[in-house]
Design a protein around this ligand. Sequence first.
Ligand code: CU
Length: 484
Amino acid sequence: MDWFRETSPAQYHLRGQFGPVLDWPINPIHVITLPDARILSYGTDLRGRQGAQFHYDVWDPKQGTGWASHLTLPNTVGTDIFCSGQVIVPADDSVLLVGGDRTVDGVRNESSPDLNFFDYKTNGLRSAGRTLERPRWYPTVTTLATGEILVTGGRMAPDHYAPIPELYNPKTGWRTLPGAESDQAFGERNWDYPRVWQAPNGKLFALSVDGSAYSVDASGEGSIEKLNVDLPRGHPYLPSVMYMPGKIMAVRWLGETFDIDINGKQPDIKTAAWSGLVRFNSSLTIMADGKLLLNGGGLLNNGRFWYLTTNYESKIWDPATEKWSVGAIAKRMRMYHSSAVLLTDGTVLTGGGGGDSTIPGRNENLNAEIYYPPYLFKNDESGEFATRPVLQAAPTYVAWGQSFEIRMDTSDVSKMNFIKTGSATHTNNFDQRLVPLVYKALGGGRFEVVAPASGNVAPPGYYHLFVLNQAGVPAVSRLVKLGS
Ligand SMILES: [Cu+2]
């Protein structure tokens, strides 16, 4: 009975299209792109119920979407990594898993202090051999220009929060940042996956749900300074994304959106176009061409009265026109605990939602849907896929500011983007950001490309290199590691 949720093929080139509903071994509450472009996901047991202490999944898109493309593995460390934070450590390519859930006397939603690593080469989990200073449930993890990982927010126990950030330096280990303690930025007032970005000025930019914003210095013991910002209220489950260097699209209450420019001394805030509807628990994903996909969510938080309030229709934001347009219609609700991440072929994996027994009208979404953006279709009403250019050769590693050469099967190129590989959960994507690339044609499909200038603009780690032709069709990306 999904006929009313179909997008017409005549509109695929404008709205894109969701593929069939794919079975997923667990409910993909957390998803992260690995250095080899596979996707690690976790969050629930094999029946889609809260708890990730037993299993996690590694999906290899190269193997298709059937069961054989999944490696569902036992969690050997014993930590319930449900509602943790996850990000790749650039120094050794491991995935750092921060905190999670703990059951005390049969009661869930206590917090875990555990630190674990996932190794994509062995597909195994291991303990970091130490714990956090403070247990954290719902922490944010941010890759800094230095390659360090900043951990902010999270709940320590019901009604106890963690306002002091902790920082992981792969060489020297862990330390706390007591100078950056803030209830408004990371604690009681904003503990739930705080929004934090590496800023172009070398500091960090933190945006609170109450509409205030902060500049954080993560060196030494840390320090924090309140900025001159007064935005309308946001919500932990309304998305914000850095869609260009130092430029953030923030979706706030009532579906209002704001374009925040942090390239100057004080943030410059412009009201942007209304996104159309309030969408709690939606995801906002940077696509290969730099447009943003807003998918899932609903009028009320946590999927309350989901049968009345769910948004199946996606929206697309174009930074060039600063307008929202209507996207394709999904077949499944993607509410609380849903996720989305960009794949190398330019599609977006959308999945999950549910997996929490406290949600009214809960749904156990052991499934995902792949979104095919408009740029993959011929620019007519045929609904057919466009012919894609091919990125034939690119380096696997480049340094900041370095010129490097790539080879295409065509000289027809209009745009190149670096998009940092995603790490998503709970409406947040900790790592995604876009940096446009400067390039010049060398002839014969060869191009000289200049890597982003610094870690402040482009923190170290893995980036999709997307090359688009004049028709706006992207080649399948290569993952390029950027660093010093
Ligand atoms: Cu959660």
